[in-house]
Design a protein around this ligand. Structure first.
Ligand code: NAD
Length: 258
């Protein structure tokens, strides 16, 4: 079988948190095009339903939308139960939901700090742990967490200490779980995007004014697009990446190289 055929995901079952829009939506679309059924998991259930319908219309795979706050254990349990009721298994988990706050460290309240850590780090822990419990029983599975180049560098000029700390945490959480699960068939990797044009960046009042500066600083002279993360997502979800675990893939157009 050729490499393109071996990269297909026909018959697999995946979930994508934060799948309603942005990077999560692009990932969900890509793995559906490759043949995986997909659960679109998001706090924004209306947008999640629209995305799920759009994906089924375009690809023909079965999709469901599940309202889940990734910081809430009961919601995460409900998400897993719903997926197992509908599909009977879980092969791939994209733990992608995240937010950003740009507040100077000396002004940030503990409530604000904890909110970012709760969604970006604890949310990834809860959803990847829940996925891992199902996958470890089955003896196989692939978990992919969305980290960020901000887990590697302190990208300026915006002040985002909680975001940077949360994403560095995701990278180490990923590696820790990868080691714990390695001999039991479950792989855990992360993707660290650079600046990507989504709601999070293009429509954030604090970040939008910085876009021209980021483009100036970027070696490629521009931000990335969500579709430029699709191929790595399909690769990590599928069986051709069986020797790949505990890895973080920086896709940032060389932004973090200097
Ligand atoms: P986005 O704001 O466009 O989409 C995020 C999605 O997550 C939304 O649909 C939102 O409803 C959902 N969400 C937020 N909080 C949630 C919660 N508690 N539970 C469930 N769903 C929740 O953002 P994006 O740019 O697509 O970002 C996706 C991921 O990529 C995030 O983890 C982000 O930190 C990371 N990232 C983004 C960039 C970028 O430049 N856009 C760069 C690096 C990393």
């Amino acid at each position: 079988m050729g490499i393109m055929e071996r990269m297909r995901l026909d018959g697999k079952v995946s979930f994508v948190t934060g799948g309603a829009r942005g990077i999560g939506k692009a990932i969900a679309m890509a793995i559906a095009e490759a043949g995986s059924h997909v659960a679109i998991v998001d706090v924004d259930i209306e947008e999640a339903k629209k995305t799920a319908e759009e994906i089924t219309d375009l690809t023909g795979v079965t999709t469901i939308a599940i309202k889940t706050d990734v910081t809430d254990q009961a919601d995460v349990d409900y998400m897993i139960d719903t997926i197992l009721d509908k599909f009977g298994k879980l092969d791939v988990a994209f733990c992608n939901a995240g937010i950003c706050m740009n507040i100077p460290a000396e002004e940030m309240t503990v409530t604000e700090f904890k909110k970012v850590i709760d969604i970006n780090l604890t949310g990834v822990f809860l959803t990847s742990q829940a996925a891992a419990k199902v996958m470890l029983k089955a003896g196989k599975g692939s978990i992919i967490n969305t980290a960020s180049m901000s887990g590697h560098i302190v990208n300026v000029p915006q002040p985002q200490c909680s975001y940077n700390a949360s994403k560095a945490g995701v990278i180490q959480l990923t590696k820790s779980m990868a080691i714990e699960f390695a001999k039991r068939g479950v792989r855990v990797n992360s993707i660290s995007p650079g600046y990507i044009g989504t709601e999070l960046t293009l429509n954030s009042p604090s970040l939008k004014p910085l876009i021209a500066k980021w483009n100036d600083m970027a070696p490629l002279g521009r931000m990335g697009r969500p579709d430029e993360l699709q191929a790595i997502a399909v690769y990590l979800a599928g069986d051709t990446s069986d020797f790949t675990t505990g890895s973080d893939f920086v896709i940032d157009g060389a932004f973090s190289c200097f």
